[in-house]
Write a protein that binds this ligand. Structure first.
Ligand code: SF4
Ligand code: SF4
Length: 149
């Protein structure tokens, strides 16, 4: 639930690209680069949490992750549905697809727009190249299931 004035991506582009180029779930670090809770949240609490950047534990990133969709047994490692859980269950097996970042309510829209406008073509092309890769049968099966479903 970011603030109205959000992070200017041109000021963080270098570190953002380092995060997106790393084979590890990027959502937690993108959240920390974001503006945090806006003042208009509807939570019934007295404390002023404007600007707080904590994970809400909503589980959106866990649900959106295609790697966990293909290997759902990994979710059994923990009951938590947080970015930390994503990091411990996916780790270096991350597809670097950015679905977790795009689904997170705590990541600024400016960061999401940057990913869609500057990274999505590369992401789609990288994932498309893996289709048909003999070492990546799970992705083939995932695509077949998605098409037939
Ligand atoms: S959603 Fe994509 S980028 Fe995020 S952890 Fe899963 S595979 Fe990695
Ligand atoms: S999507 Fe939800 S659970 Fe995942 S990092 Fe964002 S706030 Fe936390």
């Amino acid at each position: 639930m970011p603030q109205r004035i959000q992070v200017n991506v041109t000021e963080i582009e270098s570190i953002l690209n380092q995060i997106l180029n790393t084979k590890s779930p990027p959502v937690g670090r993108c959240r920390l680069l974001s503006s945090g809770f806006g003042p208009a949240h509807a939570l019934n609490i007295c404390e002023d949490i404007t600007g707080h950047k904590e994970c809400l534990g909503c589980g959106n990133c866990v649900d959106a992750c295609p790697f966990l969709f293909r290997e759902p047994y990994r979710r059994d490692k923990t009951e938590q549905r947080t970015s930390m859980a994503l990091e411990s269950t996916v780790g270096e097996d991350c597809d670097q697809c950015c679905a977790c970042v795009l689904s997170c309510p705590q990541v600024d829209t400016t960061i999401k727009h940057y990913i869609v406008n500057h990274r999505l073509v590369e992401i789609m092309s990288r994932l498309a190249q893996r289709i048909g890769d003999e070492d990546d049968m799970d992705l083939d099966l995932f695509v077949e299931e998605a098409i037939s479903g």
